[in-house]
Write a protein that binds this ligand. Structure first.
Ligand code: FES
Length: 241
């Protein structure tokens, strides 16, 4: 699939996300309709390795978990922060403002971002996790409670739409929209907003993504249930910096 095809698919998927937003609103979920969104992504339920639903209350505080969305090969960091993360305005790579809807869950402190760095596309793989959330201050920049890409020390604020706090990145990580179902405490990934880098990501890492996820699968959208797990379990080397 070419880069233009990727984009077409992504845009096509936008319709589905718009529908997901409408469904979520109708169901009284915590998902807010964004001012601007990359729509039409699939709606998937987050589950644990045993296939049972991942409940918001089961996600540990300061969690640094990973799942893949919207593609089988595109990693996402799932984090439970100390405090509620209110909606805020951020800017994409073209300087266009969009409203990040904030955290979800009973405490409004669960957030998710693409684990593909906005600087030079370093990402979290089974071998190495370059992007990680750490509560303690990191040695490279002195920032705490942040996502750091240890490749070149870009620092993102997970409590504010992944705004860039330091380092060479010029725009936030893409945000993965989550939905929390209050009646079951389940979590769903339902869309994306921000800056789309998947065409460049597939181009840069085609060979290793094919090897890791399968030639016919790495560019396919996920569906149904998607497994989430601690980064430290997923990756052999979750880098601390
Ligand atoms: S690739 Fe992440 S800081 Fe350079």
């Amino acid at each position: 699939m070419s880069k233009s095809t990727d984009r077409r698919d992504f845009i096509k998927l936008c319709g589905k996300t718009a529908a997901a937003v409408a469904v979520a609103k109708a169901a009284g979920s915590t998902l807010m309709a964004p001012a601007f969104a990359l729509e039409n992504a699939p709606r998937v339920r987050l589950v644990k390795k045993d296939g049972s639903p991942l409940k918001a209350k089961e996600l540990p505080l300061y969690a640094n978990w990973i799942f893949h969305y919207p593609y089988h090969s595109s990693p996402v960091l799932l984090i439970k922060l100390d405090d509620p993360a209110p909606a805020t305005e951020v800017e994409d790579k073209d300087g266009k403002a969009y409203k990040w809807p904030g955290g979800v869950g009973p405490e409004k402190n669960i957030v998710a971002y693409a684990a593909i760095c906005a600087h030079a596309l370093s990402y979290d793989s089974k071998e190495t996790a370059f992007l990680n959330y750490r509560r303690k201050r990191n040695q490279m920049t002195g920032h705490g409670r942040v996502i750091t890409c240890c490749a070149h020390a870009s620092v993102y604020d997970p409590a504010a739409g992944a705004k860039v706090l330091a380092g060479p990145a010029k725009f936030p990580l893409a945000s993965v929209l989550l939905e929390h179902k209050a009646d079951t405490d389940e979590l769903f990934a339902v869309g994306l907003m921000g800056s789309e880098l998947y065409g460049e990501f597939f181009k840069a890492y085609r060979k290793e993504l094919r090897k890791a996820f399968g030639r016919g699968k790495y560019k396919k959208m996920v569906e149904g249930d998607v497994v989430a797990m601690p980064v430290a379990e997923y990756s052999e080397d979750a880098i601390e910096c």
